[in-house]
Design a protein around this ligand. Structure first.
Ligand code: FES
Length: 152
């Protein structure tokens, strides 16, 4: 995925010469591109004179930051015990088939990222799929396609 370095430079410019701004700068990069690419880290290091090791340390510590591309929509499929016994593995299979990706990855068009979780605290609704924070409960494999279609 190509990142516009001109845009990166504009964001860096906001903070140049200031101290203690690295977290805010990285959050701005995250919100602009939805992740923090390696090339951008090198650029920040060069322009802000901050070692790349320090930037990686911060970017990997904060959950709000991602060092991998993240899709526009994030799908969480629950594979906790209660959801498993109600057929969650088949739901995950169907989502993977539909998106042609494996759990933990992102579609080539950056539309979806797929993650598995171990209990979302609403076991009675299982199997549960959450897309962008919207809960879909009592899912069957046949419902998967319709749910995904809602998120263009
Ligand atoms: S096991 Fe899925 S919500 Fe609890």
């Amino acid at each position: 995925m190509k990142v516009k370095m001109k845009r990166v430079d504009e964001i860096i410019e906001r903070y140049k010469g200031e101290e203690g701004v690295l977290i805010q700068l990285l959050l701005d990069i995250q919100s602009e591109f939805n992740w923090i690419p390696h090339g951008v880290i090198a650029r920040i290091s060069e322009k802000m004179r901050i070692p790349t090791s320090q930037i990686y340390r911060i970017a990997s510590f904060y959950k709000a930051m991602s060092l991998n591309p993240v899709g526009r929509h994030i799908i969480h499929v629950c594979l906790g015990t209660a959801c498993q016994v109600r057929g969650a593995p088949k739901i995950l299979d169907r989502v993977e088939e539909n998106l042609k990706i494996k759990e933990g990855s992102t579609t080539a068009d950056m539309r979806f990222s797929l993650r598995r979780v171990n209990c979302l605290g609403c076991c009675a609704m299982g199997p549960v799929v959450v897309v962008d924070g919207n809960y879909h409960g009592k899912i069957t494999p046949a419902m998967v396609e319709d749910i995904l279609e809602k998120y263009e």
